[in-house]
Ligand binder design. Structure first.
Ligand code: ADP
Ligand code: ZN
Ligand code: ZN
Length: 745
């Protein structure tokens, strides 16, 4: 017998399928999914990999499998899914298999960790209070020692190697701390629990209202009878969607089944996680990118061993090794983070549907502003639709007003903030209530232009204008991070008349300080958020210290709960509207509705002000009224006329590389090939053209768009046109295929 094998390696040359002989004595134990070790090339070292197929004959196999790992293996379902994904998303099977292994760990590390019955941990030797006191008093002088201690205070026992990595310190720093009796090294195997320090009050099921009950019963039927179904819970924020999820999960657990809950980028939604912990305690495993490698590894093991019943995590948690799945829930299903923008470019919603079908369990999508495509399927009864029309806790919806910025300008107000919104902020400051200001652009000014000759400062690597960051006094490229000091005169004509245009969060914060010198502010954007837990720290600070105004980008939109926020200002609603992207209008609508949802979520009534240059635009008008269904009707008509999803798929084929003529050459050849083989009645193929951002990091970018319904035949045609035209001579161009991308740029 022979095995088809994928080697677990990033090396390009190893990224294909190899045949190996299965030794007689292993024939019964080796299965599809088995983890094995094989000799490779002339190397003495064994490489590890996975069996993805077994067959009776092979023309190529000449080496034998050396060893089998009985502990770690993939399931046969994993392998089937990985193969399917590789075909659909144009990537290697090994790229997909990586998603199904413990996150953040290569197979080598897994081996080390499982082999080690005892791990090398580090603990604090004094109490947290003592150390915190010393940190405040400044007795510990070394910054590196301070960093290590601060991490340890939070984690309560951690692998030594993880501490070194997270705190960015060397072993010798830790040894000094050990010598001075701050920390101790211990050899043992302990399950670290990232939530050990959270004191969460227990929470109990609520009696469901009529709408909730109908929804619960419909979906619960599928859990109890092990039936697949796709469901959408469509209800405004606060209408009780989460309460339904919690009770459905409780029902699944009662049947001894497990649950997967996907949430948008999880570090942005700590309060959502807290609610699951409050209801289910230690039956919950949390997977997210901000956990240390060891923490993630432990969560993964707990899931695999069935020690927990619920997995909650971002996109990739859909691949968690659950057994006996009872339900999959995708909260805020319209969120763009469910679609991966890296290889493999999968959509977690598609994978979730596939897994739910295979597991005979219901899939539940929830949103106040469903993706147009999802709602279209709900209208067509491909997805069961449950509407929740009331707020469960009787909180009132905020008053939403639209402000025409054209009027402000023509009446001499040059500030970013309209007079009316200024008044409202003033009122809030007096009442000691909090305000959130949303602006979807970071930095200070968007671009810099010479008024004499029209020169615009651009990144030298990317064909895109540089953004002015006032606090650092630098011009930065938001694509590649390239930065230069601010210029005093035009590099072209030496005129001193260089001027800053456009606005960002830094400038907004400065304006707020000018208008309201007494106000306290806090800013949240990529520039202020970088460390572990930093999102949570900023938001906790805003909440606990009752900071007057939170200024932020997209990041503040997600489901936080601030009882004292009564005013929300959308400083410019137009930012995303004019982008060259079929999803731009949908995104604008969703963002405005979501930001509005941040105001007045408890007893106090909220006010929302939306500033815009296009007050007549339907996305803005209907977002003001929180009228999703009217918005859907207009948008879906437009999509139908222009042939966009859900009426067809958009396949974006991107060419990227340093050699422009090679890109032009290969893209044209691919176009010609596809043009010959595709059925013109089913597909529209556009000629390759430079992308809207045509150069990033010195690499040229071209794109070719194909519209039509994706099916296996089409995928194979695309693959054929790629392989047909890629010869070994083409070295510098990478081609990626992205189906319904979030970002067309
Ligand atoms: P959503 O997920 O739609 O935003 P939640 O489930 O968070 O809504 O509900 C909003 C608030 O109302 C929460 O505090 C929740 O505990 C409460 N709630 C939900 N359903 C009920 C109910 N049937 N009875 C009482 N309170 C409820
Ligand atoms: Zn000039
Ligand atoms: Zn750049």
């Amino acid at each position: 017998m022979y095995a088809e094998i994928i080697i677990n390696s990033n090396a390009r040359a190893l990224n294909r399928i190899f045949d190996y002989i299965i030794p007689k004595e292993m024939e019964t134990s080796i299965k599809v999914g088995s983890r094995i070790f094989v000799p490779f090339g002339n190397g003495k070292k064994l490489e590890d990999g996975f069996v993805i197929g077994i067959k009776e004959t092979s023309e190529f196999a000449n080496k034998k499998i050396a060893k089998i790992d009985e502990q770690e293996s993939l399931s046969e379902e994993n392998v089937i899914l990985a193969k399917l994904m590789a075909r659909k998303y144009f990537c290697n099977i090994s790229d997909c298999i990586k998603l199904m292994l413990p996150p953040g760990t290569g197979a080598k590390e897994i081996e080390n960790r499982t082999k080690e019955k005892t791990g090398n941990f580090v603990y604090l030797q004094k109490t947290k209070e003592e150390i915190e006191k010393e940190l405040v008093e400044g007795t510990i002088k070394s910054e590196k020692q301070q960093r290590a201690l601060k991490v340890l205070i939070k984690t309560d026992g951690i692998y030594i190697s993880d501490l070194e990595e997270i705190a960015d310190v060397s072993k010798s720093i830790l040894q000094t701390l050990n010598k001075n009796n701050y920390i101790k090294f211990v050899s043992e195997q302990i399950k670290r629990n990232p939530f050990i320090n959270k004191n969460i009050e227990r929470d109990f099921p609520k009696k469901l209202n009529e709408e909730q009950e109908r929804c619960f019963n419909g979906i619960n039927f599928c859990i109890e009878n092990s039936e697949f179904s796709s469901n959408l819970i469509f209800g405004i924020t606060g209408s009780g969607k989460t309460e339904i999820y919690l009770q459905l999960i409780a029902s699944a657990i009662k049947q001894n089944k497990m649950a997967i809950v996907l949430v948008p980028e999880i570090s942005l939604t700590p309060q959502m996680v807290d609610r699951f912990l409050a209801r289910f305690g230690n039956q919950v495993a949390v997977l997210h990118s901000k956990l240390s490698i060891g923490e993630r590894f432990d969560e993964w093991q707990k899931i695999k061993n069935g020690e927990v019943k619920i997995v909650i995590g971002a996109r990739s948690a859909i691949f968690a090794p659950v057994k006996n799945l009872g339900i999959i829930i995708i909260d805020e299903e319209h969120d763009m983070s469910y679609k991966s923008e890296m290889t493999p470019r999968y959509d977690a919603k598609d994978i979730a549907k596939y897994i739910a079908e295979k597991s005979n369990c219901p899939l539940v999508l929830g949103s106040a502003t469903p993706e147009i495509t999802t709602f279209y399927h709900a209208k067509n009864r491909d997805i069961e639709l449950y509407k929740l029309t009331k707020r469960a806790n009787n909180a009132t919806l905020p008053d939403v007003k639209i402000i025409d910025l054209r009027y402000e300008l023509s009446h001499g107000n040059k500030s970013m903030i309209s007079l009316e919104l200024q008044d409202e902020i003033k009122k809030n400051l007096q009442k000691k209530e909090q305000t959130i200001l949303f602006l979807n652009r970071r930095g200070y000014s968007t671009f810099i232009m010479c008024r004499e000759c029209g020169y615009v400062a651009k990144c030298k690597n990317c064909n895109i204008s540089l953004t002015y960051h006032k606090y650092e006094n630098k011009l930065k490229c938001h694509y590649c991070g390239y930065e230069i000091p601010v210029m005093k005169e035009c590099p072209e004509c030496k005129s001193p008349k260089v001027k800053y245009f456009g606005t960002g969060t830094q400038k907004l914060e400065e304006e707020i300080h000018k208008l309201f010198p007494e106000a306290t502010t806090i800013r949240m954007d990529i520039d202020t958020v970088s460390k572990k837990n930093s999102h949570e720290e900023i938001l906790n600070k805003f909440k606990n210290e009752n900071i007057d105004i939170l200024i932020g980008t997209q990041m503040i939109v997600k489901g936080h709960h601030f009882p004292n926020v009564t005013l929300v200002g959308v400083v410019s609603a137009d930012g995303t509207l004019n982008m060259e992207d079929y999803k731009a209008v949908e995104k604008t609508f969703q963002t405005i509705v979501q930001v509005s949802g941040r105001a007045g979520r408890e007893q106090k009534k909220g006010r929302v002000y939306i500033q815009t240059y296009t007050p007549e635009h339907y996305a803005i008008n209907l977002a003001q009224k929180q009228d999703y269904e009217s918005f859907y009707n207009l948008e879906v008509d437009l999509r139908k006329r222009l042939k966009y999803p859900p009426f067809c798929d958009i396949i974006l084929i991107k060419f990227n590389g340093k050699n422009l003529s090679e890109i032009q050459n290969i893209s044209n050849r691919m176009y010609d090939t596809l043009n010959k083989i595709l059925d013109k009645n089913q597909f529209i193929l556009y000629k390759p053209v430079p992308s809207p951002v045509d150069k990033i990091q010195n690499k040229y970018r071209y794109r070719m768009i194909l519209k039509g319904k994706v099916n296996l035949k089409l995928l194979d045609c695309i693959k054929y046109s790629m392989t047909e035209n890629i010869t070994s001579k083409i070295k510098e161009t990478t081609i990626t295929v992205d189906i319904n991308p979030n970002n067309m740029m």
